[in-house]
Ligand binder design. Structure first.
Ligand code: FAD
Length: 576
């Protein structure tokens, strides 16, 4: 059942209390309540996602950004390597968390990513051969909403049977055939990859998105809505967790089985107790914030803020990683791009009406139709100075994401003209930042510093991505279609000019990870052990993107679902 008022909750004691109804939290709540003996309370700060058009309609996803009623309206600290720009850094604040507002690109990551997690944590549970069953349980391929043939563009054999729906675009664009043909014509540097969910994620292909039947498939739609009426699941929305309360020591280790929350800064706070475990799934920003508010973090820093330190874990909030992205534009000779839809209300309304009636057309698509995950050549000069940061040969260094129109990131859409955007991203970044508390007030936003573009590798990789995108668009399939490059990034010519333009153009792709990273069981660093239990504490587990030992070369919702499915099994094994 769904509640928005704590005084109506039938209990203040549950077996498990899960904090955050995002990608991971909804998996945990759904899987644990499969056992009728377990009672679960799921607490979410945001509102219900029911009937929110900007969530359901895939094409409208960017309209929720950066600030709306379903987001945490965060901003980063001024980014020193981006000309001191402070970037919008929204997260989902609604049932479904960031999966209700994300751009829906689905990538499960290469096998190498997880084998590296296993290596970094010294625990084989995270090796792909052992994780694959959890991938298969998390998502499944469904037909595109227009039911066109996708033969040769996807491999159904590498997909699973889980609740998150994944599909190819339901409205193929004029780009799709050109992207595939260019890849096939150029080969080598741009290999065609029929399905990046095969374990080898390097290559060019048609985008797969978390969309089913033309509707966003969020963690709420996939995991929560079908199970919300289970008798053993209570979901409390519109309540923010303010801290975990230490409920006493067990064998000298502090126990954190109580959770304090409130609907707002001046409202009465309520405490609820977990008999078995508290599971923190508040995401890469919310999770370290709640830990620090509860006295778990760098003791010196906590003292400075007036918070009583309980568990000294200096890694809490450190190691923030994210993928920097920027838009490259081309003017194109076409009237079919989505540019006019964004400029003309009657076209927009017609597309929306079509979606309302049949869920088809442009609005049933994510803004991106094709993706390329690519590697910098082995003999590139950068590797003489820097160790290859990718997880392995099946993992990319950079990405190109194609949109059939002007995807506005830093500069607004021009009033006239038709465009193609290639968003270039560094997907194996070496820049590392942090999340720190600004104050001891649980309702104050934390200080978020992704420290983007601060390493020579990240700069080299972005430069490689821009050059690759230009080489791709210069290939024969684009002749007569592409007119010219556009905008400050487009007119930059030398390496120095491109890097300089990038400093003004880079934004986030919204993939923060690793702020409560996993480490080997007895390692003094890290925040959680390989079973995701918080080090030096009892009764507390973290399950969300914050525990990733290192950022994967992938859009992070897929890997988060996989790790949450793995974690649900750890929890069941512990308590069954
Ligand atoms: C704009 C955007 C675009 C993205 N695009 C893509 C994409 O195209 N493809 C992709 O794979 N990934 C994408 N991502 C990333 C992906 O959505 C995340 O990696 C994933 O959702 C992380 O899951 P999580 O469980 O760690 O956190 P989240 O899904 O963010 O869930 C955390 C939940 O905890 C709640 N919470 C936080 N603090 C508190 C508190 N104190 N009390 C109560 N509740 C709290 C939040 O409100 C939220 O519901 C995008 C993300 C964003 C924001």
């Amino acid at each position: 059942a769904l509640y928005n008022d704590a005084s109506q909750l039938p209990n203040l004691k549950y077996d498990f209390v899960v904090i955050g109804a995002g990608a991971a939290g909804n998996v945990i709540a759904a899987r644990l309540t499969e056992n009728p003996k377990f009672s679960v309370l799921l607490i979410e700060a945001g509102i219900s996602d029911q009937d929110v058009l900007g969530i359901e309609v895939p094409f409208l996803a960017p309209a929720n950004l950066p600030n709306s009623s379903v987001t945490w309206n965060y901003t980063t600290t001024p980014q020193t390597s981006l000309n001191n720009r402070a970037l919008a850094y929204s997260r989902g604040r609604v049932l479904g968390g960031s999966t209700s507002i994300n751009l829906m690109t689905y990538t499960r990551g290469s096998d190498d990513e997880y084998d590296r997690w296993a290596e970094l944590t010294g625990d084989d549970s995270w090796a792909w051969k052992n994780l694959e069953p959890f991938y298969l349980k998390s998502s499944r391929l469904v037909p595109p909403v227009d039911h066109h043939s996708t033969k040769g563009l996807v491999d159904p054999a590498v997909h699973g049977f889980g609740p998150v729906e994944v599909s190819l675009p339901g409205l193929p664009t004029e780009l799709d055939g050109r992207v595939v043909n260019t890849s096939k014509a150029l080969g080598a540097e741009f290999p065609f990859n029929i399905d990046i969910q095969s374990g080898d994620s390097v290559g060019v292909g048609i985008a797969q998105s978390t969309i089913g039947g033309g509707i966003r498939s969020s963690s709420s739609r996939a995991y929560l809505q079908p199970n919300v009426n289970r008798r053993n699941l209570h979901v409390l929305i519109e309540n923010t967790v303010t801290r975990l309360v230490r409920s006493g020591p067990s064998h000298g280790v502090p126990v954190f089985k109580q959770v304090e929350f409130a609907p707002g800064p001046s409202a009465k706070r309520t405490i609820v107790t977990a008999d078995k475990e508290v599971i923190l799934s508040a995401g890469s920003i919310g999770t370290p914030q709640i830990l620090m508010l509860s006295g778990i973090g760098d003791s010196l820093e906590l003292k400075r803020l007036g918070i009583k330190p309980i568990v000294n874990l200096p890694d809490v909030g450190q190691n923030l990683q994210d993928h920097p992205i920027m838009s490259n534009y081309w003017v194109v000779n076409s009237n079919n791009t989505f540019d006019d839809v964004l400029r003309n209300t009657s076209i927009l309304n017609a597309d929306l009406a079509q979606w309302n009636t049949s869920k088809t057309g442009l609005f049933g698509n994510a803004p991106a139709n094709a993706v390329a995950l690519l590697r910098i050549p082995d003999d590139a000069s950068i590797f003489k100075r820097v160790r290859d940061p990718a997880a392995g040969r099946r993992s990319a260094h950079f990405e190109m994401i194609f949109a059939d129109g002007f995807a506005a990131t830093v500069i607004p859409q021009p009033a006239t003209g038709h465009f193609v955007t290639i968003n270039t991203a560094v997907v194996s970044p070496t820049s590392v930042g942090s999340v720190r508390l600004a104050s001891a007030d649980p309702f104050a936003f934390p200080l978020i510093d992704p420290n983007f573009f601060s390493t020579s590798f990240d700069q080299f990789a972005m430069l490689s991505a821009v050059k690759a995108a230009r080489a791709f668009m210069a290939a024969p399939p684009w002749r007569g279609f592409v007119v010219s490059r556009f905008g400050p990034v487009g007119t930059a010519e030398t390496d120095e000019e491109i890097i300089a333009a990038a400093r003004d153009a880079i934004v986030t792709i919204w993939h923060p990870t690793s702020t409560a990273r996993m480490s080997p069981k007895h390692a003094p660093w890290g925040v959680v052990d390989p079973q995701l239990l918080v080090k030096g504490a009892s009764g507390l587990r973290i399950v969300d993107a914050s525990v990733m030992p290192i950022i994967p070369s992938a859009h992070t919702s897929g890997p988060t679902y996989i790790l949450a499915e793995r974690a649900a099994e750890f929890i069941k094994e512990t308590w069954c």
